[in-house]
Design a protein around this ligand. Sequence first.
Ligand SMILES: NC(=O)c1ccc[n+]([C@@H]2O[C@H](COP(=O)([O-])OP(=O)(O)OC[C@H]3O[C@@H](n4cnc5c(N)ncnc54)[C@H](O)[C@@H]3O)[C@@H](O)[C@H]2O)c1
Length: 259
Amino acid sequence: MSYEKLFDLTHKVALVAGAAGGLARETCLGLNQFGATLALADVDAKGLTRVCNELGRKGIKTWSKVVDVSDGASVESLINALKRNFGRLDILINFVGVVWTNPIEKISVAEFQKVIDINLKGSFLLAQQSLRLMAPKRSGKIILVGSVYEEASKAIKRARAGKGPTLLECLIHRWTGHSMSDPDTYRTEKEKREGEKKDPILRFKKELISEGRMSEDEYMEMEQRVAKEIEEAIHFAEKECTDIDPEPFDILRGVYAAN
Ligand SMILES: NC(=O)c1ccc[n+]([C@@H]2O[C@H](COP(=O)([O-])OP(=O)(O)OC[C@H]3O[C@@H](n4cnc5c(N)ncnc54)[C@H](O)[C@@H]3O)[C@@H](O)[C@H]2O)c1
């Protein structure tokens, strides 16, 4: 079985919340590539229109609605509209996230509450309302996205301001250093080996093969295809794209923090 078939999303409706943001845009392209119908939502009406237009110029059809995820009535009306339009919801991905930009002593209770309402209550409301369409079919996927990026940024700022170190406990294992310039000398070999055993890609591979969804040969063929795709992309970046004048949308494709 090819990986396109394995991850096929034809006839699936995907709701992407926070769709005007950076990560959502990349995800929309991926969902579309695998055949999903895109329903986009964001509180930023202008941003939402911009993303829908950008996707439209690439021939990608979207449905969209403005929503404030911290407001129960707004989320309910989004899900009602989805039900009227598509009669189903298969995937919810919530990218909505806001952060404090002030040090804690300068944050008002109202600001604190706003972040809690958008990030926490918003995730709850979206998941709860989405379940109205998913639960009767006993099928659906809910993905809620969060971040450690802000915490790391705060720690760096604090250190640079001479306020000393911050302890960040990172429970996710990286195979290599943070970037090419990171020699990764701060972990022991034993720690690396232990981490590698938990590699979700290898665990997924085992599962695919043991459940008979793919043969070893098919898996290898898929790996080779992906490696070739990456090689071609590197070649394109290094040798072929020198006289191209891309749209802003394309310049930011695949970039870690787009905004
Ligand atoms: N960008 C990264 O590199 C990165 C890395 C790891 C995790 N994350 C996390 O992923 C999530 C998305 O990241 P991003 O970079 O795309 O963020 P972003 O700020 O570009 O997008 C967030 C979107 O949420 C929308 N939004 C804010 N309040 C809302 C509300 N009340 N109702 C509906 N929509 C609302 C904003 O208009 C915006 O379009 C965030 O939670 C972020 O912390 C981002």
